[in-house]
Write a protein that binds this ligand. Structure first.
Ligand SMILES: Nc1ncnc2c1ncn2[C@@H]1O[C@H](COP(=O)(O)OP(=O)(O)OP(=O)(O)O)[C@@H](O)[C@H]1O
Ligand SMILES: [Mg+2]
Length: 219
């Protein structure tokens, strides 16, 4: 195992659960506590991976068949890890990533039917035992998350809506997929109720950081 100095935290959850909002707030809180933080996201995070992101998150929902989609994600994830995340951790930064490998297990695995054992093998081949130190799962009914994204998309005129436009059944299966993953790995994945207000969720995020990673974080 590599020597790693920073901590690696990922946020997971369905569309509109509040991941990007909470990533920003946690980064601010940690910086105020004197911690050096690198904020990043998936798919993306490094220049090459951001190019691949464009292929994944725009266009028709049927644009990619599921295995190709998983391979694109892992090409991006390898580049992201090697060029951005691992170097930042080695410089002592905490890395906070808006999604990581759990999203592939859930979106391409549970949601689109790619075999779980095959995905685990792919991860092992591409990244070995790399995993976040802590994963915060923002849990929310799919309908509520999708409703939140609609307001946001209108405000920002984004075209990154390929997954949002998949069926409600698909999004409901994602929620079950994420809670199933969390149940299988309670040491790493903490499930937070994301239905409360932004400040309420942010408080729960900090509480988890304190409990799991940083008992001395000021309140
Ligand atoms: N706790 C909350 N209560 C109500 N609205 C929220 C809450 N958190 C975030 N929002 C709003 O909901 C929308 C989606 O939030 P955000 O972009 O953080 O979600 P996300 O999980 O990153 O979504 P995506 O999966 O699409 O990237 C934004 O308009 C945001 O301001
Ligand atoms: Mg987001």
């Amino acid at each position: 195992m590599n020597v790693r100095y920073g901590r690696f935290v990922s946020f997971e959850g369905g569309e509109g659960a509040g991941k990007s909002t909470q990533v920003r707030l946690l980064a601010t809180a940690l910086r105020e506590a004197g911690i050096r933080v690198t904020v990043t996201r998936e798919p993306g995070g490094s220049p090459g991976a951001e190019d691949i992101r464009g292929l994944l998150v725009t266009g028709e929902p049927s644009r990619w068949e599921p295995v190709s989609e998983a391979l694109l994600l892992y090409a991006a994830r390898r580049d992201h890890w090697v060029r951005l995340i691992e170097p930042a951790l080695k410089r002592g930064h905490w890395v906070i990533s808006d999604r990581f490998a759990d999203s592939t297990l859930v979106y391409q695995g549970v949601g689109r039917g790619v075999d779980r054992a095959w995905l685990d093998e792919l991860h092992q081949l591409v990244l070995g035992d790399v995993a976040p130190d802590l994963t915060l799962l923002l849990d929310l009914p799919a309908e509520i998350g999708l409703a939140r994204t609609l307001t946001r998309d209108q405000a920002s005129a984004t075209d990154e809506t390929r997954f949002e436009r998949m069926t409600l059944d698909f999004h409901q299966s994602l929620r079950r997929g994420f809670t199933g993953l969390a149940a299988g790995d309670p040491a790493r994945i903490v499930t937070l109720d994301a239905s409360g207000g932004v400040d309420e969720v942010a408080k729960a995020v900090l509480e988890s950081i304190r409990t799991k990673l940083l008992k001395e974080l000021p309140g």
